[in-house]
Design a binder for this molecule. Structure first.
Ligand code: B12
Length: 215
């Protein structure tokens, strides 16, 4: 039964029906499904299908836009739930996060920010299309121990390297751990640009942040 609901949610992203996504997500919550399971087993698989169809030329930009709206409608409902389950822990640390310059993909970055908040991190989310200098400034201002850089395009992932260079220039590189993520990046890329870590998803990002801070 539960799985039926999750696959219905997945289908609403593929069909592009934000209202139905919202209704079904609400229903899933009231049936006791965990918010994170709804994201990982319903919404993200739907988004993956949409992305694949876009890549193969079966879908065009409008379908991508409307799938993003489905995701947004779902996250409006799920985010407060994810935060409410916040583990009652002492401040885990401070994180600055954003999507790099030239890139406006925010869904995954928002999810990572939400999960880090839920795990007790204080999170400063700079949004999308964030210039390197702005990351540097915020790290300086907040004294953050972690900087998270999201990039979803092969053309913008190189910006992650630029931000690390900007941190070095500003003399801040040793004070902050840089973690990266986004569909086109991987562990090898992280190592090649001198990042401190890579995580595949939001749960992994929390584990990574904790590990880097020795928690
Ligand atoms: C939704 C979407 C959009 C939406 C974004 C809406 C929004 N408000 O965010 C819109 C329609 C705006 C869009 C636009 C474009 N898109 Co687009 N988009 C997607 C799509 C379908 C899904 C992305 C998504 O939200 N996934 C769901 C989330 C939950 O997953 P995620 O982002 O990967 O994040 C997870 C992990 O990566 C990780 N993570 C993410 N960030 C971080 C950060 C840190 C620090 C860590 C540790 C982890 C981490 O954790 C997250 C949670 O689990 C992808 C396809 C795909 N499979 O990725 C294409 C995709 C990324 N887009 C693509 C393209 C080409 C574009 C456009 C250029 C299209 C165009 N012709 O205009 C524009 C670019 C605009 C720009 N300058 O940024 C291509 C990129 C190809 C490439 N090789 O670069 C993709 C891969 C589609 C495809 N298969 O061709 N897109």
């Amino acid at each position: 039964m539960e799985n039926d609901l999750l696959s219905l949610i997945k289908t609403t992203l593929i069909d592009g029906d934000p209202e139905r996504t919202a209704t079904l997500v609400q229903q899933a919550l009231s049936e006791g499904l965990a918010p994170l399971a709804i994201v990982e087993q319903g919404l993200v698989p739907g988004m993956t299908v949409v992305g694949d169809r876009f890549a193969s030329g079966e879908y065009f930009l409008p379908q991508l836009v409307i799938a993003a709206r489905c995701m947004q409608a779902a996250m409006d409902i799920l985010q407060p739930e994810l935060l409410r389950r916040q583990e009652a822990v002492a401040r885990a640390g401070t994180v600055v996060i954003g999507t790099v310059k030239g890139d406006i993909h925010e869904i995954g970055k928002n999810l990572v920010a939400t999960m880090l908040s839920a795990a007790g991190f204080q999170v400063f989310d700079l949004g999308v299309n964030v210039p390197g200098e702005q990351f540097v400034e915020k790290v300086r201002e907040t004294g953050a121990q972690i900087l998270g850089l999201s990039a979803l395009l092969t053309t913008t992932m190189t910006e992650q390297r630029e931000v690390i260079a900007a941190l070095e220039q500003a003399g801040l590189r040793d004070r902050v751990k840089v973690i990266i993520g986004g569909a086109p990046v991987n562990q090898r890329w992280a190592e090649s640009i001198g990042a401190d870590g890579y995580a595949e998803d939001a749960v992994g990002a929390v584990a990574l942040a904790r590990r880097l801070l020795g928690r």
